[in-house]
Design a protein around this ligand. Structure first.
Ligand code: HPA
Ligand code: ZN
Length: 322
């Protein structure tokens, strides 16, 4: 049964710089005189070959955004494209570390993104919220600085806090202090784990941090006791199947554990992560999962409902979306 393209969708896991179309990155690089040689493939996509070179390409692409208006354009463009695919609510990850590295004041970065979201909401009805992230591979010192910056600028669209980056580096406990500051400020938490590293990386996060959600978390499937624990504790997975296949976590979508996790009682949602890097979009994620696992629209809608229940927005916003 083909999936209706207007099936309502909610995305909880997309990195805003990772959503930048290559053509936009090329244009801004030209405008700001930034060298992007080697960043693109001949076909116009992003050039990377593995998780490390993906992260490096991401860091380079993020560097071309230099002004509040650059970020307003990026957010508006992404939310517009999402709305056109049926997205009614989206939480995007932003990165104080990347703003600092681009030399843009965080207030301008955040303000630009919020302005782009406001334009998208006014024009297309899509609701956008923001989750600042620390980047694990930049280390605990940078993380501490980043959380302090994020907490000093609590815009109404900022609804949570989290960590992405290279989960092979440092221990989760090294970031516990940064997470504690965000938690004390009342922000709900999410943390990437169980993507390039196995089930133990997911257990490490839920042992060390009071997270409600895990970014990816799919490799929890390698430990049955951990799967039971995720189900019992109601921890939600922000699953990005296309990203996982593109990065070689699973050879084919048919091998992805999304449905096994769901059937074991784990709360799973669908997102696109860094869509142009992985040749995907939120609409394509929904369509590919529906097709590969032969799921009817009702079962696809259940992913949206789980995401709505797990969204970090306030209850009034959630009620508007019900
Ligand atoms: N994993 C870790 N860090 C990231 C990712 C990801 O998939 N995307 C952007 N930063
Ligand atoms: Zn991610």
């Amino acid at each position: 049964m083909p999936l209706p393209s207007d099936l309502p969708k909610i995305e909880l896991h997309c990195h805003i710089e990772g959503a930048a179309p290559p053509a936009l990155v090329r244009r801004l690089a030209g405008r700001h005189g930034i060298d992007v040689s080697g960043l693109f493939t001949k076909d116009g996509g992003y050039a990377w070959t593995d998780f490390s070179s993906f992260l490096a390409a991401y860091d380079r692409a993020a560097q071309v955004f230099r002004s509040a208006e650059d970020f307003a354009d990026l957010a508006e463009t992404y939310l517009f494209a999402s709305a056109a695919e049926g997205v009614i609510y989206t939480e995007v990850f932003i990165s104080p570390d990347h703003a600092r590295r681009s030399g843009i004041p965080y207030a301008d970065y955040l303000g630009g993104l919020a302005e782009g979201m406001a334009r998208a909401e006014a024009g297309h009805g899509i609701i956008g919220r923001i989750i600042p992230l620390i980047e694990r591979h930049f280390g605990p010192e940078a993380a501490h600085e980043a959380v302090r910056t994020a907490l000093a600028h609590l815009h109404p669209r900022v609804v949570g806090f989290g960590m992405a980056g290279d989960e092979r580096m440092f221990a989760v406990a090294d970031f516990a202090r940064a997470f504690a500051l965000a938690h004390e400020a009342g922000l709900p938490l999410t943390c990437h784990a169980g993507e390039v590293c196995g089930a133990a990386s997911v257990a490490e996060v839920i042992d060390a941090l009071p997270v409600r959600r895990i970014g990816h978390g799919v490799r929890a499937i390698e430990d049955a006791a951990l799967v039971r624990r995720l189900a019992e504790e109601g921890i939600v997975l922000e699953v990005c199947p296309g990203s996982n296949v593109a990065l070689g976590v699973y050879p084919r979508l048919a091998d992805h554990p999304l449905i096994r996790l769901r059937d074991a009682g784990v709360k799973v949602t669908l997102s696109s992560d860094d869509p142009p890097f992985f040749g995907t979009s939120i609409g394509r994620e929904y369509a590919a999962i529906a097709e590969t696992f032969a799921l009817p629209p009702g079962e696809m809608l259940a992913f949206t409902q789980t995401a709505l229940d797990a969204a970090f927005c306030d209850t009034a916003t959630r009620a508007r979306l019900q």
